[in-house]
Design a protein around this ligand. Sequence first.
Ligand code: BG6
Length: 481
Amino acid sequence: MTVSHSDAFVFFGATGDLAYKQIFPALQAMIKHGHLDLPIIGVAKSDWTDDQLRERARDSIEKNGSFDADAFAKLSARLQYISGDYQDDATYTQLRKVLGKAVRPLYYLAVPPSMFGPVTEGLAKSGGANNARVIIEKPFGRDLASAQALNRTLLASFAEEAIFRIDHYLGKEPVENLLYFRFSNTFVEPIWHGDYVASVQITMAEQFGVQGRGAFYEEVGAIRDVVQNHMLQVLALLTMEVPENDLTEVKDVSADSAQDAIRDEKLRVLCAMRPLEPSEVIKGQFRGYLDEPGVAPNSQVETFAALRLHIDNPRWAGVPFYIRAGKELPVTCTEVMIELKSPAKTVFDKTGSNHPNYFIFRLGPDMKIALGARTKLPGEAMIGTATALVAHHHPGDEMTPYERLLGDALQGNAGLFTRGDMVEAAWRVVDPVLESATEQNSHNAAPIDVYESNTWGPDAAQKMMTGSDQWHNPTSKDMLP
Ligand code: BG6
């Protein structure tokens, strides 16, 4: 494969929210770290000047708290603005002119999904798609059928290798570490299957609500917003088979086989996930959601989902996988817990914990790995206590996911991006429990369970655990279950 670094960065939706919150800060960080030295062109409909775009960039980076005068001056000097309608050919002709000698531009479509088609078509018609790359941001459709239609639209103008679908979870350091930790430790892989693993759970808890994004949230709900993408991607990394390739090459842009080896294995396990049964999914809505601007007065959209999932392959047969994600929960924290089965013969602590050993991976806001073990309490009696061996703790990520992912896309490294087939496989898993927006808000639907803020969702979510399984509620302080 011939790969070359992109030689221009173009972002559509330059005046919008995504550019403001993520793209400008990431661009400044890349310049600061010496990773970006090329023309940067913003495109949007507003009748702005280059200077107005620079002001917007300054404001975005200042609000984000990371303003750096030197790096910003360089960013400012490279920023140009094109005002144009995404449906007008003249916009793309103008863009081609401004791109000048650039032959491998990277286009970031920070625009609503309804504009993905017009922009990619406009680029293709003007010759701007040749040799170029394109980044799109979730949502990648709202169900399997619309995701397939979106893939067809994108593929009409760009080859799959040139499409970079961002799932920002894959750009997180602790998420990359899951892959590394699993496949580089002798003590992990031999027990990483149903003979030893009792259950796996992932909790993505957010202490805040929809933060003014009610209208957007009405279109999605928790399952579409974070389960179909972030949670299933994390689950795929935890459960995929060992890729055959040497994974040290995964950061080598010319080694597309290593990048695809991981993505192929993730696809295989996504395909082995059994489509969700409605009876194994609990949905809830926090009290107060209906008062949010942009939310329908009778909205049945879920702000919380808890589900049990099964993977039908030899490694994971019989192991329950639990996923829980919600807004207005007691903490903001994403944690994975792998509980190991009890020893075949228990000689101590017969009445103690059923599953004394576990792994916990905290994926945010900080990064931690802990191993749960039983140790003897000092004294005469042979009784024990739960001990968490914190194997690794890192305060956070120096590189934001967007900085990492934009840098990879500019280099043509697709390893941390989802592929069209993976996106479709993930929709296949959640499709049976999605309702259309009309159904979600229909008066005939059974009313959704309401939960109080600062709780772990509706009671039904507690009751869905089977056998000796229990939810592990992450806290911001310690890692003991
Ligand atoms: C986004 C969702 O994809 O991820 C948001 O749309 C959610 O609703 C966010 O809050 C969480 O991301 P992070 O990186 O803060 O965990």
